[in-house]
Design a protein around this ligand. Structure first.
Ligand SMILES: Nc1ncnc2c1ncn2[C@@H]1O[C@H](COP(=O)(O)OP(=O)(O)OP(=O)(O)O)[C@@H](O)[C@H]1O
Ligand SMILES: O=c1ccn([C@@H]2O[C@H](COP(=O)(O)O)[C@@H](O)[C@H]2O)c(=O)[nH]1
Length: 304
């Protein structure tokens, strides 16, 4: 079980969204100060404005335009940052904690801990195949989606509503939340071993390049990526069928469409990036579960 206190404490050891908020938030105020300073310095000469140079306009408009543009840019950044991290910022405020410096040594050494990322479109069969791998290879299965749903349902979670909204929309939850949930779950599993060694299937993560970088920098290097390749129409049928009993808020036609879009636009670039590094093991997933597993086994032998 994830320990709520541990999650909350560790989440705020990450870069604080509040820091960037206050930086951005300062800008519009600064803009108005600059404006009033400009007005004051003109007035100090005892004139209504600067003495015009012949042939030049007496009104210097460019500095004002630059200030207004900078102010608007900062404001747009502020709005985006606030939308993404509203819940985290709120919690950060109330915790009053100062962000720790960026962590660049992974918590777990890949000498002791093996991480395999399991990727594929929604409904490709990742969870189904992970269950087989757990049985046969002594892996611990950590589904990022399951961890997020558990955090969403945890009474008192500051992130519950945020996670709920992101999942329903097929969008990707801010990475600080997911990376921390994964690290906590890994810590808990490894704390039960004598030698601190373990093998993890991290299912449905990373779904975005920044998550991949963050996880490998701060938690553990990944050994390889197991990628289940499946056509959309097949995945859609599977998900609609699953939706009849799953109770998942995103197993419906509207959410499935959004999840596919997110997968193609945001998650496939992760697979492509690892592929360029020779780290992707691709398995055709449009077959019976048994056949998919047979191909999986054949392709991972020698890599684990
Ligand atoms: N090879 C297969 N052939 C037919 N049905 C399958 C196959 N693999 C999985 N399924 C079924 O399809 C549905 C989705 O499978 P699963 O949950 O394993 O996919 P997933 O990739 O983990 O999905 P998600 O990303 O949405 O969590 C399930 O109902 C499962 O029983
Ligand atoms: O790293 C992640 C993993 C998942 N999510 C969100 O959860 C849902 C469901 O994920 P499944 O893997 O299908 O269980 C996904 O659509 C995302 O909204 C995430 O944000 N980050």
């Amino acid at each position: 079980m994830i320990q709520p206190r541990l999650l909350t404490r560790r989440l705020f050891q990450q870069a604080s969204p509040l820091q960037s908020l206050s930086n951005h938030a300062g800008r519009p105020i600064r803009t108005s100060i600059l404006r009033s300073q400009a007005r004051r310095s003109y007035a100090a000469s005892g004139e209504k404005g600067p003495r015009p140079i012949p042939g030049q306009s007496p009104f210097k408009i460019w500095p004002f335009l630059a200030i207004i543009l900078a102010g608007s840019g900062s404001y747009m950044l502020l709005v985006k940052s606030r939308t993404d991290m509203a819940a985290a910022a709120q919690a950060s405020k109330s915790s009053g904690q100062i962000a720790a410096p960026k962590k660049d040594t992974p918590t777990f050494s890949s000498d002791k801990v093996t991480v395999v990322f399991v990727l594929g479109g929604p409904g490709a069969g990742k969870g189904t195949q992970c269950a087989n791998l757990v049985r046969d290879y002594n892996f611990t299965h950590l589904s990022a989606g399951d961890l997020l749903r558990a955090e969403q349902d945890r009474p008192g979670s500051e992130f519950g509503q945020l996670i709920k909204d992101y999942i329903k929309d097929g969008a990707i939850v801010p990475m600080e939340v997911t990376v921390q949930l994964l690290e906590n779950a890994m810590t808990e599993t490894l704390s039960k071993t004598k030698d601190g060694k373990g093998r993890f299937l991290i299912d449905g993560f990373p779904r975005k390049l920044d998550q991949a970088v963050k996880f490998e920098e701060s938690v553990c290097k990944a050994k390889f990526v197991l990628f289940y390749d499946c056509p959309e129409d097949v995945m859609e049928k599977r998900l609609l069928k699953r939706g009849e009993t799953s109770g998942r808020t995103d197993d419906n036609a509207e959410s499935i469409k959004k999840r596919f879009k997110t997968f193609v636009e945001t998650s496939m670039p992760v697979v492509d990036t690892y592929d360029k590094e020779g780290k992707v093991v691709k398995v055709v997933a449009n077959k019976s579960p048994e056949d998919v597993y047979a191909e999986t086994k054949k392709k991972i032998e020698g890599r684990i």
